[in-house]
Design a protein around this ligand. Sequence first.
Ligand code: UDP
Length: 234
Amino acid sequence: MTAGTMLYEGKAKKIFSTGDPDRVLQYFKDDATAFNAQKRGTIVEKGIINNKVSERLFRLLEQNGVPTHFVERKSDREMLTKKVAIVPVEVVVRNVVAGSLAKRLGLKEGDPIQPAIVEWYYKNDALGDPLIADEHIRLLKLATPEQMAEIKRLALKTNGLLQPFFAERRMILVDFKLEFGLHHGQLILADEISPDTCRFWDQTTKESMDKDRFRKDLGRIEEAYQEVLKRVCG
Ligand code: UDP
């Protein structure tokens, strides 16, 4: 597929225009960043893996009533998607204590969270993506209360579909981050769902199979990403 002009370059993806004003092309890079881009590196073939894993998960969600921006995977690293206006709120769903939640509240890593919780982070690199409350979303006019209620409903529905999907593949879905966009007035799931944006632990060994291996220098990063691809798409 011939890509048009580059509309945006993020840390892990580039977005290109296409001949259709309602469609854009997501190109998945191997570049990895952590800690608000203070740590940078490359994970070999990460772009291919994230593209394929996202495709599989977007298809699963679409088939079960969660609208997504996914249209078609065009190549190893390219995905055709609906053009959306991204809601600048990162939506985190948590099933198990890990990462910033353990640090912020002094909770023990690995403790189950039942029922799952949903958190909002303001998508703003200059501010370091701070945790925000519904009132801040209203104050900043990032989305309406009705839109946030719909986002929460879709995020929990997504969790309800992904948790058993990963359990069947001997993986614990610890937490994950979603981004939503507006497409002709409808809220749909956008961005990607991949080992970059989720925490997965192997059910038996409890080993990380995601970007935590890069964040924490745990080694065998590529192997972990390949294993996720095998279990999800193999
Ligand atoms: N996450 C993400 N992008 C971000 C921040 C977090 O995809 O900019 C994902 C992260 O991979 C994890 C979940 O959101 O699956 C929760 O991350 P957390 O708040 O614990 O922050 P972290 O420990 O990653 O800094």
